[in-house]
Write a protein that binds this ligand. Structure first.
Ligand SMILES: Nc1ncnc2c1ncn2[C@@H]1O[C@H](COP(=O)(O)OP(=O)(O)OP(=O)(O)O)[C@@H](O)[C@H]1O
Ligand SMILES: [Mg+2]
Length: 471
């Protein structure tokens, strides 16, 4: 039996849906409801991934800007709001969600949303409300890097962050909230790449910042208030999503934990059980990855194969010398690696080599261009012909979190039984069994070479990522 008030609410929601007002027709999870009801001035919602933090934050912002908040009092009249994040690309989930439900007839028609780039129409990214209950209010956007200038311009009624803010950003925002007793809200999942968050933790401990914490569970993603409670992830979905993360970041991804675990090796799913002695005959995609190094023993090339359906990936071979090598020697070692696997250079589908290595005191700079030239010299072919036959060594894409993304991909493949390693890849094996995440560790070199090749196969959609990664 549902009560009368509840029935009225359901009817009201159905009516709102019919009228197409997404701001009123949504059904919320318990934590989302708590987030929207909490009227305290400074609030942090720290939680696992995909629990609906951004969605709830956007609802809150729109109600705040329009003065239509169903659960808390907001300042009267036109309001200045600011939302900030690392970059517009990283703020995109927030911008997209905002654009999806913002009442378009209430905002300046000049404003348009450009995926991954934010809002266009004005010199600065802003959304002015020109009609309706929020007329006169403005939502402005800034990146953390723009810092003081942009973020600090005006006195604000609201400052919202959907990603962990650096201490400076948080600190500089506070005085701007004073005059209007403005709200500051953060919704976030800390990650190992987040800026240091000790300051924020201390604010929470000192009672200066209210905190909500929510773990990713079926309960937490269940919408209430309909005839049937409906979770947007099942227990299986959650398990699959969480299994793609590296061990050390799991508590952050699941619980929004402040810190990564000091957990030891990254490629925890790589064990000797995935070593093989023979490579089955089959049609393979071929990728070569190169990690340049000037110091003795730090140059690695890796040969990676992927089955035609993208299901199996084999780290098949590696080229490496113990001493200092010239680029000519690197080219020779790389070609020898291909040759012992019966692969002519033009059958390599993807080439990836690290960015230029500046070399050491003695020079010995390493670049992809130089390596390609030496390969051609060694083969006695013209470079132009080689390029036509696919010999273009591209640099890996680097972005915040790209290293972790690549290792997560490798570990997920191993976990799913989709990765095998030929026994002769001593560098990869030793690296995987020993590397605990230090960026400068030589154990990482052979792993990087293989990672570049595997990322190339992933970027080319040979390896289907959906099954090995989530969120
Ligand atoms: N109450 C709701 N009703 C309908 N869909 C929702 C609701 N809450 C969240 N969603 C949807 O669920 C998905 C996850 O929500 P959201 O992106 O807000 O989570 P998040 O916690 O911010 O995730 P992330 O950790 O990736 O930032 C999104 O597709 C969002 O549109
Ligand atoms: Mg989010």
């Amino acid at each position: 039996m549902i009560g009368r008030a509840e029935a009225a609410r359901i009817l009201e929601a159905a009516e709102a849906r019919r009228l197409g007002d997404p701001l009123r027709s949504v059904r919320l999870t318990d934590p989302q409801q708590a987030f929207l009801q909490d009227g305290r001035r400074k609030l942090l919602w720290r939680g696992g991934n995909s629990i609906g933090k951004t969605f709830a934050h956007v609802l809150h912002i729109l109600h705040f800007a329009r003065g239509t908040h169903p659960w808390q009092a907001t300042p009267r009249g036109p309001k200045q709001l600011m939302l900030a994040g690392y970059s517009f690309a990283q703020m995109d989930p927030l911008c997209r969600a905002l654009w999806a439900i913002i009442p378009k007839d209430e905002i300046d028609p000049k404003v348009t949303y450009v995926p991954r780039q934010g809002f266009r129409g004005y010199k600065e990214p802003v959304i002015p409300f020109i009609r309706g209950p929020g007329a006169g209010s403005v939502i402005a956007f800034a990146t953390y890097k723009q810092g003081a200038g942009r973020i600090m311009g005006d006195q604000l009624h609201y400052f919202g962050m959907d990603e962990p803010p650096p201490e400076g950003v948080w600190g500089e925002a506070q005085p701007r909230l004073n005059r209007h007793s403005g709200q500051a809200r953060v919704t976030m999942t800390p990650t190992p790449d987040s800026p240091p968050l000790g300051y924020m933790r201390k604010l929470v401990e000192d009672g200066k910042l209210t905190e909500m914490q929510t773990s990713l569970t079926v309960e937490a993603v269940t919408r209430r208030g309909g005839l049937i409670d409906s979770p947007w992830m099942s227990a299986d979905d959650i398990e699959v999503a969480l299994s793609s993360y590296l061990d050390d970041e799991l508590p952050m991804r699941r619980d929004g934990a402040w810190d990564a675990l000091v957990s030891g090796r990254w490629l925890s799913a790589v064990t000797d059980a995935i070593l093989i002695d023979e490579i089955p005959d089959s049609g393979w995609y071929v990728a070569v990855g190169v990690d340049h190094g000037a110091k003795a023993g730090r140059q690695y090339a890796s040969l990676v194969l992927a089955s035609a359906d993208g299901e199996q990936v084999i780290v098949a071979d590696e080229a490496h010398a113990d001493g200092v090598t010239t680029t000519r020697e690197d080219a020779q070692a790389l070609l020898a690696m291909l040759q012992r696997n019966g692969i002519p250079y033009h059958q390599v589908d993807h080439w990836r080599g690290d960015r230029r290595h500046a070399g050491d005191f003695w020079g010995n700079e390493k670049t992809n261009r130089e390596l390609a030239r030496e390969i051609c010299d060694e083969l006695g072919i013209r470079q132009r012909d080689a390029v036509e036959r696919g010999l273009r060594i591209r640099t890996p894409r680097k972005y915040q979190g790209s290293v972790r993304f690549g290792f997560r991909l490798i570990n997920s493949l191993a976990k799913a039984g989709r990765l095998q390693v030929h026994r002769r890849c001593e560098g990869f094996r030793t690296g995987a069994l020993g590397w605990v995440g230090r960026p400068e560790d030589p154990l990482k070199d052979p792993l990087d070479a293989a990672r570049y090749a595997i990322e190339a196969l992933h970027d080319a959609q040979v390896i289907h990522a959906r099954r090995v990664e989530a969120a």
